[in-house]
Ligand binder design. Structure first.
Ligand SMILES: Nc1nc2c(ncn2[C@@H]2O[C@H](COP(=O)(O)OP(=O)(O)O)[C@@H](O)[C@H]2O)c(=O)[nH]1
Ligand SMILES: [Mg+2]
Length: 644
């Protein structure tokens, strides 16, 4: 390998690593219409990147991983045992078998598989005595690999006996798919009776689309059933697997050791053994599968960009659906606390108690007059009425805020229920938005209202201190003057005149007059504004905390930043790096190319049997022996006549 070649490969590995990070960050947390598909694609891709592509890019020289897959009872385990010459994997009669899959490798290749270089999510168990055909009590369960070292397996090749791709046990099925996604080569086993089943073909078609290298084994073929082979070849061709080798294994009975006769697996044994020995051929298979996975990665990263942007759009829509009602609530409160509507019921009663009734507003004004000294005296005489008014103001305000919060909550929840992304977050036991904590909301509201009343008293005190002579006059009347200021805040009916003003107007006029007597007109205007601003800030604080129940959920999900552009860029980068790497590979003169196959170290059982002469026709082969594939001209052409 030239240094140019190595550099290009390293750059491809870097681009794929970067793409993995982008993909990992885009988690599609919101239940948008396409989220479920996007999540499935993402987790499949992440799995394949970790299990296969990144390890493969980091070590092109790692042994070729041939995964023996197929339907329930197709004969996968029996085939692996026959190739290895010992029962390394128990053939199953009882289903589903939940035993850990077996990986068989040459003893000198052990280091490639004992680490978590490939399939890092699976634990490893070394099986020293693979002869035991039944699941030991210490069976590590399906999320583990049972590693078997065998001299029979050629160096540079490893065989995995995968679970059934159509297992009724989800865990087995998923593991089978995961193992196939991690394979350099699929050895797909099917039978004459089952070869047209839908599940395996869904998988095979997907393999064909991404140009995974596949060998098909038509197992347990009865004499006379060879016509099936042509049909299988047609199916394979139609699914983009025209280049797949087809091996026929005639039906025979296993011997007393549970092994099929050597001769029936000889063609497959020979082919796999030579593949391991021939560096060029091995690389060819490894690279072809890898290139297909890289192209598939680029395609699927691009495919995820749109769903990723849809997440961010949904996030923004959900945020608006919360902001709108809570903003309306805040505005409504600001209005309701200024238009006189608070001057009713208890508040009005207490106010009248303080100032002496509606018709006595004038008397109140007269009593105070323009002499601020008299203000303190006025309130001193009414020391009971002031705190009662304050309490009435406090509880009216609280009620108003709680109502507004309740309405906003209902509107926000309804809006979220109206979208698929939002529904998943508010409905059902798994809903992520916690319901209003009524007790805490009431406490918080009461605290803010109390704090506002403190704000108002502080304003009055500060203003009094700033004005010569006022502080002493106010010393006993701060609470009373503060209460009047609160009332004035509620009654600022700007623009209304005469009879329209009603109670609010009269109240406004009276309180305005009293406060003006103490502070002067301009100061009263400033005080009113400051008190109103303080009220708005406190009301908004309560509402913001409520809205946060919703917004915090979105913040935690993290869909606010659009991952779409990043996914597209990552796809472009991988595509460019892959193109460069392929160019470098094509122009690189492999020293191995054209060289004689290196000496075979290890050889699968049957690999050294002499090749049989082809026998024409579809006649059975009861005499024993097996055929690698049909003899038809079509297959000669497809396979370039290349019997191995
Ligand atoms: N007679 C015969 N039985 C087989 C052959 N291959 C598998 N079996 C039996 O079929 C059943 C399922 O085989 P197994 O290897 O466990 O299939 P797997 O599910 O694909 O691993 C077992 O009872 C095997 O003994 C074969 O070539 N000939
Ligand atoms: Mg099996």
């Amino acid at each position: 390998m030239s240094s140019d070649d190595a550099g290009a490969e390293a750059r491809l590995a870097a681009a794929v690593t970067a793409a993995r990070e982008v993909l990992d960050a885009a988690s599609f947390p919101l239940a948008t219409d396409d989220a479920a598909d996007a999540r499935a694609t993402r987790s499949e891709l992440l799995g394949q990147l970790d299990d296969y592509l990144l390890p493969r890019l980091r070590s092109r020289d790692a042994p070729l991983l041939a995964v023996v897959g197929g339907s329930t009872g197709a004969g996968k385990s029996t085939l692996v045992n026959a190739l290895v010459g010992q029962v390394v994997s128990a053939p199953g009669v009882l289903r589903p078998t939940t035993r850990a899959p077996v990986l068989v490798h040459h003893p000198l290749d052990a280091a490639w598989f004992t680490s978590d270089r490939v399939l890092p999510g699976l634990s490893r168990v070394r099986v020293d005595r693979p002869g035991s055909p039944v699941a030991a009590p210490s069976d590590p369960g399906p999320r583990a690999l049972r590693l078997v070292a065998s001299d029979r397996v050629p160096r540079g090749l490893a065989l995995v006996d995968a679970p059934d791709v159509d297992s009724v046990a989800t865990e087995n099925r998923e593991l089978a798919h995961q193992l196939l996604a991690a394979a350099d080569l699929w050895v797909f086993v099917t039978t004459a009776a089952r070869y047209a089943d839908a599940v395996p073909w869904d998988l095979l078609a997907a393999a064909g689309r991404r140009r995974a290298q596949v060998a098909l084994v038509l197992d347990r073929v009865d004499p006379g059933a060879e016509a099936v082979e042509a049909d299988l070849a047609r199916l394979a061709e139609a699914e983009g697997l025209g280049a797949a080798r087809i091996f026929l294994v005639p039906e025979t009975a296993p011997d007393e050791d549970g092994l099929l006769p050597e001769r029936v697996v000889a063609p497959l044994a020979r082919w796999l053994t030579r593949l391991a020995a021939d560096e060029g051929a091995r690389r060819g298979v490894v690279d072809a599968t890898r290139d297909g996975v890289v192209d598939d990665l680029v395609r699927r990263l691009r495919g995820l960009a749109q769903p990723a942007s849809a997440q961010t759009a949904a996030d923004a829509e959900l945020r608006r659906a919360v902001d709108r009602p809570y903003e309306d609530a805040a505005r409504g409160l600001v209005e309701a606390t200024a238009d006189g509507s608070l001057l009713r019921g208890e508040v009005l009663g207490r106010w009248q108690e303080l100032v002496g009734g509606n018709e006595l507003f004038a008397g109140f004004q007269r009593a105070v007059g323009r002499a601020r000294d008299r203000v303190a005296a006025f309130f001193r005489g009414r020391s009971e009425a002031v705190p009662r008014l304050e309490r009435a103001i406090g509880s009216s305000l609280e009620g108003l805020v709680l109502d507004a919060a309740e309405t906003a909550d209902q509107r926000a929840a309804a809006a979220w229920r109206g979208t698929s992304a939002g529904r998943a977050l508010v409905s059902g036991p798994d809903g992520a938005v916690p319901p209003t904590a009524h007790g805490a909301l009431r406490e918080r509201t009461a605290a803010e209202v109390r704090a506002w009343q403190e704000d108002v008293l502080a304003l009055v005190r500060d203003r009094g201190a700033a004005k010569r002579g006022t502080a002493r006059a106010l010393s006993l009347g701060i609470n009373g003057v503060g209460a009047v200021l609160m009332v004035l805040v509620f009654a600022s009916t700007a623009g209304l005149t005469g009879a329209e003003l009603g109670i609010a107007g009269g109240t406004a006029a009276a309180s305005q007059a009293v406060l003006s007597a103490v502070f002067g007109d301009e100061a009263v205007r400033q005080l009113t504004r400051a008190a109103r601003d303080a009220l708005e800030a406190r009301v908004r604080a309560v509402l913001a905390a409520e809205a946060d129940r919703y917004l915090a959920v979105l913040d935690a999900l993290g869909a606010a930043d659009d991952a779409g552009p990043g996914l597209r860029t990552a796809a472009d980068d991988v595509e460019r790096a892959a193109r460069d790497e392929r160019t470098a590979r094509a122009t690189d003169v492999e020293p191995e190319a054209g060289a004689a196959p290196r000496a075979v170290v290890g050889g699968l059982r049957g690999a050294d049997l002499p090749e049989e002469e082809p026998r024409g026709g579809a006649a059975g082969d009861e005499a024993g022996g097996s055929r690698e594939r049909g003899r038809g001209g079509f297959w000669r052409r497809v396979l370039r006549g290349g019997r191995t």
